[in-house]
Design a protein around this ligand. Structure first.
Ligand code: SAH
Length: 368
């Protein structure tokens, strides 16, 4: 059966598939795969230990596995999925963006952000994006392809290794939060994203042992997939990219709104809040004279009040050649006050990483 999202947004045909990797497989599938390579099934656990608990994908370091078996296992289950094209840093090197080249030459990016009390990583779920939001750099280039589960997971494994090895100033650290806010629409790549969440949250050594509470899935509002995500029992944070409270404007800013309207998207969000027990994050990029009027702030407040929700206002990060820019400070303040007037919790997102185009697919866009 095609999945919600996958049914609607077809991926270009003829693309080669990424090589099979340990992180694509469940623990049971890993045992079968190892047996298929002619090795004892318990080697699957050893490989998982090396990859998910030690972040060690160099076969030379697998000293508990006979040398003769290492290459075969590495070729069959831990092929190189991606290589670093470059890192660029800002904020005294505490924000680091990585541009990755995948096996077929496709480029994607991830961003590590270290704060005094936590570390957040922003990852990509697709190469490009098919949602075509006009203010987003990734949206302009269209969708290249879905990332595999392992291509999603490996961005995080690489980030955790960098943190453990003290590559980010401030000493060795652990990753606290993961946000699916890099390239792509995660719910349009539902099965692989869900597979990645399982790998991230399964206890070591089956997975990375992270908590669902620290994972944020951000969506344009693919209603059937949102409902499915709720009903499958996920407890991740769900962020909804609303950007307008009225269908007329949202049809333009988030074109998938022509299919699922503001009301349907919010109803699906409230269902997720109800089932998961988690507060919804509503994302709203403030765009000068486009969506920042007092009446829209008031309408947004009326739609959200009384619900389990938090609004994240994001000053627009202008994309190259765009005529749009961030709201005036006084309009931003008035927008905040209007939401507060309705008792809706609101914060303005800090705009870290702007000088390295950390917000929205601009680096990979400028490369290709
Ligand atoms: N496709 C998903 C996740 C990726 S984008 C989604 O749309 O939710 C993560 C967030 O960054 C979204 O809220 C998106 O609308 C926002 N965003 C994209 N481009 C932006 C820009 N130029 N300025 C500010 N926010 C932007």
């Amino acid at each position: 059966m095609p999945q919600p999202g996958e049914l609607t947004f077809a991926v270009p045909r003829g693309a080669r598939k990424p090589p099979r990797h340990l992180a694509d497989l469940t623990p049971a599938e890993r045992r079968d795969a190892v047996a298929g390579l002619g090795e004892k099934p318990f080697r699957a656990k050893q490989l998982s230990q090396h990859y998910f608990a030690r972040y060690a994908d160099d076969p030379a370091s697998w000293t508990d596995i006979p040398a003769a078996a290492r290459e075969k296992l590495a070729d069959g289950l831990l092929p190189e999925l991606m290589s670093v094209v470059r890192h660029i840093s800002c904020d005294n090197d505490t924000t680091r963006k990585t541009l990755w080249r995948l096996f077929d030459g496709t480029l994607v990016e991830s961003v590590l952000m270290r704060y005094p009390d936590r570390v957040t990583m922003c990852i990509s779920s697709q190469a490009g994006c098919g949602m075509n939001c006009p203010f987003c750099a990734t949206g302009q280039a269209g969708l290249t392809r879905n990332l595999s589960t392992a291509e999603i997971v490996h961005q995080i494994v690489a980030g955790m290794r960098s943190l453990r090895d003290g590559e980010i100033p401030g000493g060795a650290a652990r990753l606290n939060n993961i946000v699916f806010m890099g390239m792509g629409e995660p719910l349009a790549n539902y099965n692989r994203v869900v597979g990645a969440i399982r790998r991230l949250t399964d206890p070591e050594p089956d997975g990375l042992g992270l908590s669902q509470r620290g994972i944020t899935v951000s969506t344009v509002g693919l209603v059937p997939a949102m409902l499915r995500f709720a009903d499958e029992g996920f407890k991740c944070r769900l962020a909804v990219s609303l950007h307008a409270p009225d269908d007329e404007l949202r049809d333009t800013l988030v074109p998938v709104n022509t299919r699922w309207k503001v009301r349907e998207v919010l109803d699906a969000a409230w269902h997720y809040a109800e089932v998961s027990g988690r507060r919804i994050s509503v994302e709203y990029a403030l765009i000068k004279d486009i969506n920042d009027q007092a009446w829209r702030a008031d309408l947004l407040g009326r739609l959200l009040k009384g619900h389990r929700v938090h609004v994240n206002l994001i000053p627009l990060n202008p994309t190259p050649g765009s005529k749009w820019t961030a709201s005036r400070p006084e309009d931003e303040k008035a927008f905040v006050r209007a939401l507060e007037h309705h008792g809706v919790p609101v914060t303005v997102r800090d705009t870290r990483g702007q000088e390295i185009d950390g917000a929205c697919g601009q680096l990979a866009a400028s490369e290709s």
